[in-house]
Structure formats: structure tokens, C-alpha cells
Design a protein around this ligand. Structure first.
Ligand code: NAD
Length: 505
């Protein structure tokens, strides 16, 4: 099959003048040829993309770091690496996950075979945020493409250069024309694209926008996946591996300046080790290096609006009586600053914004607890449920407590990292999201799943078809023999044979 490769026009030039409806039309036109390719043929393009990205690793990482203010090692490890891992995973599993799956058929439907088949949906719209502006759009895009869909990406307007980078990557690798398009712009562009009725919407972003998108999608009954915010708890029991727990709170709470949906945003520490935990945490926080050089730890905030949200949460907490053990009071932040030095807060209460709403900044509120029940209740007390962690040297207890948390992801003696394991489904509970991606679900969500049954076609009629004359007592007999306390195969067989005879008349 020959399909025309995408021209190497600079993406943003190409898409700037394009109206939402034109993106949809082009995507629909490109769909039949892309969908007609075998999974193997589509994977050739994904492999090329992986190799291209590896070849241009430094360029890609620098472009992300520059576009976001994050430090280079985070651009590499938290944006590029997950994309490469996802491509590898898709290359390995897509053939099997998208092939027809044979499933069992109950004996009552004797003579038939059952399968589930997976056909591409059509045009998939991916709408993404700014905090991981490479991996969050690209992973669902790649899964949708492997499953045979054409894709329109609406990247975040906060990180436009990374949106351009994604467009260029797909162009350079030579994906066929219009199979992948990038629609740069604000939420207005996103809303316009939804009005064009894509066949699926994969959204990552805030709960506020998620609600708007789901309402807009509902008007046309467009299925959606929503990956939304979090307020992730970390529960540290007295028998926790203490130094590891402290280091994990640092990395889990402050990585990417805390602008992570799975950030540790609340730390609950069992009272007997509370003081020790605080002492060690404060000492470690002060060792972190601020800046955007290669060896720095804490980079910049990505955009001023987020600085304002962090300021509001911290100011409110301090006003209501919280204590700042380390950090700078917002009133002392230089005008227009994009760097927030990490903040550790104590004496916080559940009513404070810092304990209820997503802060998305380098702030760690620490709270003591006395009992397991109290910790679980506190951890589950927000409207969110994206990720959580439990810290104890008793792994059995860790798994038990983990099982009581209402959350899409949970870790014992670890933080955040479930998102990198493509074998695990990723998504949120409660207001943290709707749906799951990664793993086989991550591919199949972009398909129409068709329940398929095949009959040899030799019988004129099935036993349950018309006419019904004389069949009621025989079916009643069949059901009693089959579903009663002990299965009675002789009784079942006799009733079934009589039904067959009636059906042949
Ligand atoms: P946001 O909701 O403001 O914007 C996300 C995207 O939606 C942007 O591309 C934006 O232009 C677009 N958009 C805005 N209004 C729209 C509309 N009416 N119709 C269509 N599209 C519209 O989110 P953000 O500030 O970019 O990202 C931060 C949020 O994302 C945080 O809440 C964070 O927790 C969440 N997040 C979730 C995950 C996850 O996997 N669960 C991952 C990262 C970030």
C-alpha cells in the first residue's frame, strides 16, 4: 500500500491558519489508509520515531527543559524516558493486544465460537497539559496510532515550543500526511475541535477543564478518558525505612517543582517518628540546589499562574496558623519570580487549601497521626484519588493499608513511579479521572470492541427461536438441571435433545 508521507513543512506554520473543522476533515480523510495498514506496518513508524528520538536525545531534552523551566535530568527522565518506554511496550504488545481474542462460549450456546475484535475508532483528539508536555500527549497519541486511528493533538498553549517539537518529530519520521496533526492554540481551539465531533477524546489536565470537556463531549456522545489532578498522600509509619522515606518525600514532592499530578502533596507521619522525620527532611531540603543548570535539582515553575496558585495556598495556610520550617514566605518572593524555594509546613489543618486542593508547587505539608485508621481516613479525605504511598518495613501491612486507600495508583515504600510501568493501568479514582490508559487497555480504549459470535450455520433454527410451542417446560427443566444446586447433566441432555427435536419440526 502506498501512502503519501507528510511534507516537512514546519508544523506550526502549517497549522496556525487551520480552523478546527479542517483538522477534523483532514484527519477523517487520512483515516481509511492508515486504518488499512497492519499493526506491524504501523509499528514501523513508531520504531522510526523511537530511534530518531534516541539519536536526538540531547536536542529533545534541551527543548523540553527550555520550554518548561524544568532541569535537564527531569526533562530526560520524566518526559523522554516514559515515551521511549511506551513505544517499546507498544512495539512488543500491540500485535497481541489488538488481535482478535478468542473467549469461551457457554454450553447453552452449543455449536458457536466467540471472539472479541478490535477496530480503530477513527479520529482521536488528544488534549494535553503543560507539566509533562512530551509524555502526556505522546503516549496516548502513540497508542491511538498503533491501534489504527488518526490523531489530532491540542497541546498546551503554556508550552507551545514543546507542541512544535512534537509536530516536528512526527514530520521528520515521515508519518503519512495528516495521520498526525498538531492544532496549536488555547482552550478555544480545543473546544472547536470537540465541536467537530472526533470519535474519541483523551484529555489530561485540570478537573475544571475536564468537566467542561465531558459536558461538551456528552452533547455528541463522544467517549472520553479524563486524566485529572491529585492531592496525593504519603503515610509514614513508625517502622518505615526512615532515610528512604525522607528522600522519597523530597523527590516525590519537589520533583518538577511539585508540578506533577502524582506529587506527594500531603505527608502523614506516625507521631513517635514525627520529630525525627521533620528534622531529617528539613536538613535534606536545605541541601537541594536551585537553578536550571545541569547539576541543579529544583528548576523553575513553568508559568506565572501556577506561582500565583502556590502563593495563595501558602499564604492562606500561614494566615490560618501553619508554621513554615523551611522556605521563603510568599510576601518575600521577588516580583515576577519563577523559582520557588521548597517549603515545609507543619501545623496545617484539613480546612486549609494546602490540604484540600491541588497546590502543584514545591510545598510539603507534614501532619502527625496516632492510628492506622486515622491515617487512612485523612488520606482518603479529599475529592482526589490519583496516587498514594504507604511507608513501613512490614510489607504485608503496607499492602493491607494500600488496599484501604481509594486511589488509582498506590505504592509501598516508593512514590510516583507506577506511571512508568506500562504494564500497569494508569488513571485516577474519584475526581482524579475517568478511565485508564497504558497496558492493553491503553491500546484497546482507542478501538471499537466488537463482540463476535460465529455459528457453523448448519441448523435451520436455534432452540430458543420461534416457534415456542411446547418449549416452556423443557427450558424450565434445562435451567433447573443447569443452575440448580448440583448440575444434572443427564436431565440437562434429555431436555436439550427434546428442544432440538422441537426446533427441527
Ligand atoms: P488545563 O485543564 O488548564 O488545560 C489542559 C488542556 O486543556 C490545555 O491544552 C488547554 O488549552 C485545554 N483546554 C482548556 N479549556 C478547554 C476547553 N474548553 N475545551 C478543550 N480544551 C480546553 O490544565 P493544565 O493547567 O494545563 O494542567 C495542569 C493540570 O493537569 C493539573 O490539574 C494536573 O494535576 C493535571 N494533570 C493530570 C495528569 C494525570 O495523568 N492525571 C497528568 C498531568 C497533569
Amino acid at each position: 500500500m502506498s501512502i503519501e508521507p507528510q511534507t516537512a513543512t514546519h508544523g506550526s506554520e502549517m497549522s496556525q491558519a487551520t480552523a478546527p473543522i479542517e483538522f477534523l476533515e483532514k484527519s477523517r480523510n487520512a483515516f481509511p489508509l492508515w486504518a488499512a495498514l497492519s499493526v506491524e506496518e504501523r509499528l514501523v513508524y513508531l520504531r522510526k520515531l523511537r530511534l530518531h528520538m534516541v539519536q536526538h536525545l540531547d536536542e529533545v531534552s534541551v527543548a523540553i527543559a527550555t520550554g518548561t523551566g524544568k532541569v535537564l535530568v527531569e526533562a530526560l527522565n520524566t518526559d523522554v524516558l516514559p515515551v521511549l518506554e511506551a513505544i517499546r511496550h507498544i512495539e512488543k504488545h500491540a500485535r497481541h493486544s489488538l488481535a482478535p481474542q478468542k473467549v469461551g462460549t457457554p454450553i447453552l450456546l452449543i455449536g458457536k465460537k466467540s471472539y472479541v475484535t478490535y477496530q480503530p475508532r477513527g479520529v482521536v483528539l488528544v488534549i494535553s497539559p503543560w507539566n509533562f508536555p512530551l509524555q502526556l500527549p505522546m503516549i496516548p497519541m502513540l497508542a491511538a496510532l498503533a491501534a489504527g486511528n488518526t490523531v489530532i493533538l491540542k497541546p498546551s498553549e503554556v508550552t507551545p515550543t514543546v507542541g512544535q517539537l512534537i509536530e516536528e518529530l512526527f514530520h521528520k519520521v515521515g508519518f503519512p500526511k495528516d495521520v498526525v496533526q498538531v492544532a496549536h492554540g488555547t482552550g478555544e481551539m480545543g473546544a472547536g475541535l470537540i465541536e467537530g465531533r472526533p470519535d474519541y477524546i483523551f484529555f489530561t489536565g485540570s478537573g475544571r477543564t475536564g468537566r467542561i470537556i465531558q459536558q461538551a463531549a456528552a452533547k455528541h456522545l463522544i467517549p472520553t478518558t479524563l486524566e485529572l489532578g491529585g492531592k496525593d498522600p504519603m503515610i509514614v509509619f513508625r517502622d518505615a525505612p526512615m532515610e528512604r522515606a525522607v528522600q522519597a518525600a523530597l523527590w516525590g514532592g519537589l520533583m518538577n517543582s511539585g508540578q506533577v499530578c502524582m506529587s506527594v502533596e500531603r505527608v502523614f507521619v506516625e507521631r513517635p517518628v514525627y520529630d525525627e522525620f521533620l528534622r531529617r527532611l528539613v536538613s535534606e531540603v536545605t541541601k537541594l540546589r536551585l537553578g536550571t543548570n545541569e547539576n541543579d535539582d529544583i528548576g523553575q515553575m513553568t508559568f506565572p499562574t501556577q506561582v500565583d496558585i502556590v502563593r495563595r495556598h501558602v499564604e492562606e495556610a500561614l494566615m490560618k496558623g501553619a508554621k513554615m520550617l523551611v522556605g521563603t514566605r510568599p510576601s518575600e518572593w521577588p516580583e515576577g519570580t519563577m523559582t520557588i524555594a521548597p517549603i515545609v509546613l507543619t501545623d496545617v489543618t484539613p480546612d486549609m487549601l494546602i490540604m484540600r486542593e491541588e497546590t502543584f508547587g514545591p510545598v510539603l505539608p507534614i501532619v502527625p497521626f496516632d492510628t492506622e485508621d486515622e491515617a487512612v481516613r485523612a488520606a482518603n479525605s479529599t475529592v482526589y484519588g490519583l496516587s498514594a504511598s504507604v511507608w513501613t518495613s512490614d510489607v504485608e501491612r503496607g499492602r493491607r493499608v494500600a488496599g484501604r486507600l481509594v486511589t488509582g495508583n498506590v505504592l509501598v515504600n516508593d512514590v510516583v513511579i507506577t506511571i512508568v510501568n506500562q504494564n500497569l493501568p494508569f488513571g485516577g479514582a474519584k475526581e482524579s479521572g475517568v478511565g485508564r490508559y497504558h497496558g492493553p487497555e491503553g491500546l484497546r480504549m482507542f478501538t471499537v470492541q466488537t463482540a463476535t459470535m460465529v455459528d457453523g450455520g448448519r441448523r435451520t433454527r436455534d432452540v430458543n427461536w420461534f416457534p415456542y410451542e411446547g418449549k416452556y417446560p423443557l427450558f424450565a427443566e434445562l435451567l433447573k438441571a443447569y443452575y440448580g444446586p448440583n448440575r444434572q447433566w443427564g436431565r440437562f441432555g434429555r431436555a436439550y435433545l427434546r428442544l432440538l427435536r422441537l426446533s427441527r419440526k
